[in-house]
Design a protein around this ligand. Structure first.
Ligand SMILES: Nc1nc2c(ncn2[C@@H]2O[C@H](COP(=O)(O)OP(=O)(O)O)[C@@H](O)[C@H]2O)c(=O)[nH]1
Ligand SMILES: [Mg+2]
Length: 400
């Protein structure tokens, strides 16, 4: 799940509305939203259908114009205000939503027209880099505080009972959905892997909290409102934060998707232009607005940035790759004869056997070998899947 975060009024909800406005119908997608701020967006990739010269029949994802749309959950977190970690504003509620996100998109107002509490002002009067600093601080304090509360007990257990520190920390941080490999890596990065927990002071705890937070909740900056001046210089400055930055105009994406949905224009999320289909049904004002989007956003930045931000989060921050499991490597069909029905987003480093387990536990238990559809090569259980692999799993246990 991806989380949208940032102070109030920067455009989180506009981004959310745009990103979750599906322009493609998806059959049998099992996720229904029960909360207003929880929705489904789509990671996009070049589908394999054209390369193999087949008409695909996706189930649970969609394919249009050779682009595969794979659903990803998105949560719009309540606006963050200074002191949230102490429970200020919607503090606890805010952190509750962030807790469950695997990666975060920090939305900032690149035009600098929103102050620290989200009040509007003149463009250029506030510094979006301050938003990043403040969010870094809030998040680090939040992780630090969770660890600090229980630190004496953790340190005692580690030293007296000789329980391994990473396991104790994993237990403590499980509520924040921090997995053990991140903890091990953070201990190493902070040079604390061999330091006795009893000797850690504030400095060590803070160093660890900061490292583990960055690993477990990777973040990118969505530099929103690029349509407003002055944006150019702020964009460069934001890059000094060390986080990836995506220039964005959420409002333009929302307008384009709505016009696309109504059949007024032909627009594919992520693309650098659109085509007007029904010029006669556009008002002069709509025409002008579309021209402005083209001029100020698409031609300057290559896209509105909404799809780019989602794809960067999935494929770059989270290192996901897309794989297409099939049962027949000649026809590329499943057991019901559907062509390329599935597309799984899995962590890079996933093996053929791990993929089998994701599909069905029995498929993994009876794993014999896998076959890759391009080369028709046989692959062992430890084969590392590659992005856009089409894979058949051969198993002694049939699928139920
Ligand atoms: N100029 C401009 N305004 C935007 C953009 N995205 C959102 N806004 C406006 O910013 C205001 C706050 O947006 P909203 O999505 O409610 O912000 P949130 O409080 O962060 O959820 C609204 O008036 C939006 O129309 C954008 O890309 N460009
Ligand atoms: Mg909002």
């Amino acid at each position: 799940m991806l989380g949208l975060t940032g102070k109030p009024n920067v455009g989180k909800s506009t981004f959310f509305a745009a990103a979750t406005l599906a322009m493609v119908p998806i059959a049998n997608y099992p996720f229904t939203t029960t909360k207003a701020n929880l929705g489904v967006t789509y990671a996009t990739l070049e589908c394999v259908c054209r390369e193999f010269g087949v008409e695909d029949q996706p189930v649970g994802s969609a394919c249009t114009g050779g682009i595969r749309f794979v659903p990803v959950k998105l949560v719009d977190c309540p606006g963050l205000v200074p002191g949230a970690w102490k429970g200020r504003g919607l503090g606890n509620q805010f952190l509750d939503e962030v807790r469950r996100a695997d990666a975060l998109m920090l939305v900032v107002d690149i035009s600098g027209s929103t102050d620290a509490e989200g009040r509007p002002g003149k463009p250029g009067s506030f510094d979006p880099l301050e938003d990043v600093k403040f969010l870094d601080e809030e998040f680090d304090m939040w992780f630090y505080q969770v660890l600090r509360k229980d630190w004496d007990r953790i340190a005692r257990k580690a030293e007296m009972l000789r329980e391994p520190l990473p396991s104790l920390l994993a237990e403590k941080l499980s509520g924040l959905q921090v997995e053990k490999p991140f903890i091990v890596k953070a201990l190493e990065e902070a040079d604390l892997a061999s330091k006795k927990p009893g000797q850690w002071g504030e400095k060590e705890l803070q160093a660890f909290a900061g490292r583990v937070r960055r690993l477990a909740k990777p973040l990118l900056i969505v530099a929103n409102k690029v349509d407003l001046e002055p944006a150019e210089d702020n964009l460069e400055r934001l890059k000094t934060s060390g986080y990836p930055v995506v220039a964005c105009c959420a409002e333009a994406e929302l307008a384009l998707r709505r016009a696309g949905e109504k059949g007024l224009i032909d627009y594919k999320p992520g693309s650098s232009d659109f085509k007007i289909l029904k010029p006669e049904s556009l008002t002069k004002k709509q025409q002008e607005a579309l021209n402005l989007v083209r001029e100020r956003v698409l031609s300057r930045h290559g896209s509105t940035g909404v799809q780019k931000a989602v794809n960067t989060a999935i494929f770059s921050l989270l290192g996901r790759i897309a794989v297409f499991p099939v049962e027949d490597v000649e026809k590329l069909t499943d057991h019901e004869g559907r062509v390329l029905p599935d597309c799984y987003l899995v962590p890079s480093g996933t093996t053929a056997r791990q993929l089998a387990a994701l599909i069905h536990s029995e498929l993994a238990e009876g794993f014999i070998h896998a076959v890759e559809a391009r080369s028709k090569r046989r692959l062992g259980e430890n084969y590392l899947l590659r992005h856009r692999d089409v894979i058949k799993i051969v198993s002694s246990k049939a699928r139920v």
